[in-house]
Ligand binder design. Structure first.
Ligand code: S3P
Length: 444
């Protein structure tokens, strides 16, 4: 993308954020619903699907692999799948745009079908590590025909005709890696096991069960899990209801905490305990976040959240909490900038391999706006102050979460905050700008 294509946007301090809203569907669950629907013979339905660019790339990929996907209403989709190991040879490469989740999960899904598939993506995705998923998939019998340096995109994978089940001890805390192995394991006979030292989001496990697969998940060590899938199940078509994405809710939520006088209700936010690290942390910082009615929505807990502007204090965020809030550090760092005292966020190595080097991009975002911030090893240390100067231009590096976090910051800084490009917000949160404006935010 060259400079002429960029769409800058500026956030300015204004009145309080008020009202009641629902953010779009969860990105993780949306990808998984499409992929599992595509691997199941018969008709599955999804309601509340996140129709962001990332998920639409996954939908297109599943079509290219032979599944039938139809959009029948806003967020409502009908899927007729091909069955486990039933993917067809795609005619061209599968383009995953900016989406690591769609790409890595699809790599796992096709690894158990005897087809050869080429995966491509944008400049950001093409820099991200894929070796982590290719290693176990090669052990299961898939073959990398071609890949860029270090197993990066563009890459061509030949799926295994007879995949073998493995027991895989994950070297990194990654739900995408775990999911890739489990999706490949569907086509293998016997038991495929993934051991993770730190539990990561378990939407794949929950949804596999929802589609009729047999799977056990047991504690492993202090913070980990051992997940075992029985291979070659007869998956049954299912209906999936996608709850609101807590990682998207994080942006209006933090904005409401920071803008004086704000009082906001966020409806039906997923509160899966492996996704609520940000809520825990903000509450420790002194945030007033009230949990309204909770309910079970298609196998996931959801709750209404009422957020009121709050005075925050700095805290120490332990490394073992990071998997449950891995996508929330940019916006937590913004909250920490306005808190009294120091916030130390520990163990953020994985942030370096997100849509951007999010550790550096987050630090640069704060620095550009007058916040004192340091990176020490894998820790991010933010020196908070009641007032933050702002006035900076933030480089978003094709990263939707840096873009949204910077805009949230600008709603509370003394001077406006400008981002160089707002285009990538549409990957995960279409309608973000309109939703924030409707709550009272000045974004222009
Ligand atoms: C996701 C897992 C996380 C997260 C991403 C979504 C998923 O990535 O950052 O936004 O849906 O499995 P990693 O598995 O790389 O940690």
């Amino acid at each position: 993308m060259n400079r002429a294509d960029l769409t800058p946007l500026t956030a300015r301090r204004g009145g309080p954020l008020q009202g009641r809203t629902r953010v779009p569907g969860d990105k993780s669950i949306s990808h998984r619903a499409l992929i599992l629907g595509a691997m199941t013979v018969g008709e599955s339905t999804v309601a509340g699907l996140l129709e962001g660019e990332d998920v639409l790339h996954t939908a297109a990929a599943m079509r290219a692999l032979g599944a039938r996907l139809e959009r029948t209403g806003e967020g409502v989709w009908r899927i007729n799948g091909v069955g486990v190991a039933g993917f067809a040879q795609s005619l061209g490469p599968l383009d995953f745009g900016n989406s690591g989740t769609g790409c890595r999960l699809a790599i796992g899904a096709v690894a158990g079908s005897p087809v050869t598939t080429t995966f491509i993506g944008d400049a950001s995705l093409s820099k991200r590590p894929m070796r982590r998923v290719l290693d176990p998939l090669e052990q299961m019998g898939a073959r990398v025909i071609e890949a860029a340096d270090g197993g990066r995109l563009p890459l061509t994978l030949q799926g295994a005709a007879d995949p073998v089940p493995i027991t895989y001890e994950s070297p990194v805390p990654s739900a995408q890696l775990k999911s890739a192995v489990l999706l490949a394991g569907l086509a293998a006979p016997g038991e495929t096991t993934v051991i993770e030292a730190e539990a990561t989001r378990d939407h794949t496990e929950r949804m596999l069960r929802h589609f009729g697969a047999k799977l056990t998940s047991k504690p492993h060590g202090e913070h980990g899990r051992r997940i075992t899938l029985q291979g070659q199940p007869e998956l049954e078509p299912a209906n999936v209801l996608v709850p609101a994405d807590p990682s998207s809710a994080a942006f209006p939520l933090v904005a409401a905490l920071l803008v004086p006088g704000s009082d906001l209700i966020l409806d039906a936010v997923m509160t899966n305990p492996l996704r609520t690290g940000l809520l825990t942390t903000l509450r420790e910082m002194g945030a007033t976040i009230e949990t309204l009615a909770t309910r079970d929505d298609g196998g996931e807990e959801v709750a209404g959240l009422r957020v009121t502007a709050s005075k925050l204090k700095g805290v120490d965020v332990p490394a073992e909490r990071s998997p449950s809030m891995i996508d929330e550090y940019p916006v937590l760092a913004v909250a920490a900038s306005f808190a009294e005292g120091v916030t130390r966020m520990r163990g953020l190595k994985e942030l370096r391999v997100k849509e951007s080097d999010r550790l550096e991009a987050t630090a640069a975002m704060l620095r550009a706006n007058g916040v004192t911030v340091e990176i020490e090893g894998d820790d991010l240390i933010v020196q908070g102050k009641a007032t933050v100067a702002g006035g900076g231009e933030v480089a978003t590096h094709m990263d939707h979460r840096i873009a949204m976090a910077a805009l949230v910051m600008g709603l509370a800084t003394d001077n406006p905050v400008r981002i160089d490009d707002s285009a990538f917000i549409a990957t995960s949160f279409p309608g973000f700008v309109e939703l924030m404006r409707a709550l009272g935010a000045d974004l222009a």
